[in-house]
Design a protein around this ligand. Structure first.
Ligand code: ADP
Ligand code: SF4
Ligand code: MG
Length: 439
């Protein structure tokens, strides 16, 4: 039982897929649906006055559908306040949903009580954002990592101490440090302790809520790579939440983009990066400086999002992004776009998607706010970005010859936002290569 190092922890990932050979794979076969979420909502009531009357609600999560398949990593991204943590706490059942359904391994767990949830707590674990506040400073790390065994009344073979020491080495820490206290460790090491605790009971699903956001950038990659290595070694399934695409970029199989309590795009990682279809995804991507030598000449690949995320207490009508979207037209204000699969492996909720035929071609007059937003994005930036879009659209089309052929959006009006895209000739594919995929 005391194999010292179950996993070696390289400083940088080798980028090599393991071929899926998991040593400890459990029940659900890889690819099977492990978690299924339907119409999930969480509204936090806002109460006022002596009588604590409910005067409104924070629509933190407002009707989302997705699945998590066994063995995959689903990345969830979006700006702060868009409901990612609430979603994470709903699917781990740390919060009670207001509406909708959560199924784990085919079983409805939406409203299970504390007692009924207990056995499930072994299978579903959460890693929290802040490795400083999430570890009790008065407990040794041995006690912290061993706590799940005591809570569940489980005695591992060889005893708790031995198992904790094994877990410490699995996450790249010295097993001798069993008796030390959290303050004796750095942020990165503390997050490893949090990971060891989450893995103690051999969970099937691990939900990591911004697991590296509180860490130095130099440490972030190490912890992300550790999660990746552990997944390959242990056959884990992850939901990894991040506010930033740079974190989930390398480790996710699929990515869900959230905006104000909704999923606006859900796509295979490669499709999302090569050819984002929701304007919000595109803006999120251009907000992150991605170090890619092939793109160093693409100097101004940026779309500035105007203003803050609107309040989730009274979210904008129609498409919630219409107050900040440079492509918004009247229909965006009045009609909520449904999340539909526009391409195999790519679901999008937008009337005027990028890299695809317009879903509302009759509606072409930009809203005033959209005109202003488009002005913020300099013409040349839009042109350049549109060129990239056209190029990636062409490339994806090539890769999917027998599948449907995506077209560049065709919009007679709204020149600021649209025309460069329509102008970009397909011949320019080679000039602007899309970012390479690293995994
Ligand atoms: N317990 C709560 N009570 C009331 N509002 C909450 C609560 N938790 C979160 N919220 C609100 O729900 C929205 C979504 O929050 P959160 O899920 O933490 O977003 P994210 O993790 O994406 O930053 C925010 O407006 C937040 O203020
Ligand atoms: S084009 Fe319309 S539907 Fe699409 S994201 Fe912008 S506002 Fe929403
Ligand atoms: Mg959060």
């Amino acid at each position: 039982m005391s194999d010292d190092k179950a996993v070696t922890i390289p400083a940088q990932t080798t980028g090599e897929p393991s071929g899926g050979a998991a040593t400890l794979t459990k029940d659900a076969a890889p690819g099977e649906v492990l978690l299924k979420v339907t119409g999930l909502k969480k509204h936090f009531p806002i109460k006022k006055g002596l009588l604590q009357r409910q005067v409104g609600a924070v629509h933190a999560v407002d009707g989302i559908d997705f699945e998590v398949r066994s063995g995959e990593t689903l990345g969830v991204v979006g700006e702060s306040g868009c409901g990612k943590s609430t979603m994470g706490r709903l699917i781990t059942r740390l919060l009670e949903p207001t509406d909708g359904k959560v199924e784990f391994e085919g079983r409805d767990i939406t409203h299970l009580g504390v007692g009924a949830m207990r056995p499930l707590r072994r299978d579903v674990q959460m890693i929290f954002q802040d490795p400083y506040s999430s570890l009790n400073p008065r407990h040794t790390i041995g006690t912290i990592i061993g706590a799940p065994f005591k809570l569940q009344g489980v005695t591992p073979e060889g005893g708790i101490k031995k198992e904790v020491q094994r877990l410490l080495s699995v996450v790249g820490l010295n097993p001798e440090h069993y008796n030390r206290y959290p303050h004796e460790f750095s942020g990165g090491q503390r997050q490893r302790i949090g990971i060891a605790r989450a893995l103690a009971l051999n969970p099937k699903l691990v939900v990591a809520d911004e697991p590296v956001s509180a860490l130095d950038v130099s440490i972030q990659a190490q912890v992300v790579n550790l999660l990746d290595d552990l997944q390959q070694e242990l056959g884990l399934t992850y939901v990894i939440i991040a506010h930033d695409l740079s974190v989930v970029r390398h480790v996710s199989d699929r990515i869900a983009v959230m905006y104000l309590g909704k999923i606006v795009e859900l796509a295979d990682r490669e499709l999302l990066y090569k050819s984002p279809m929701h304007p919000y995804t595109k803006a999120l991507m251009s907000a992150v400086p991605i170090p890619d030598p092939r793109r160093k000449n693409a100097k101004s690949e940026r779309i500035l999002l105007k203003g803050d995320v609107p309040s989730p207490i009274s979210p904008p009508s129609g498409c919630r992004f219409h107050t900040r979207c440079w492509k918004a037209t009247e229909i965006c204000k009045t009609t909520e776009p449904k999340l539909v699969e526009l391409r195999p492996g790519q679901q999008v909720a937008c009337h005027h998607p990028e890299n695809f035929a317009d879903q509302a071609p009759q509606d072409t007059v930009l809203l005033t706010a959209a005109k202003e937003a488009a002005e913020l994005v300099a013409d040349e930036v839009l042109a350049e970005s549109a060129q990239t879009s056209a190029a990636v659209a062409a490339e994806v089309a090539e890769a999917e010859t027998e599948a449907e052929t995506p077209e560049a959006a065709e919009t007679p009006e709204s020149p600021e936002a649209e025309s460069p895209e329509a102008d970009a000739p397909e011949a320019e594919v080679s000039e602007e290569e899309p970012p390479a995929k690293e995994k």
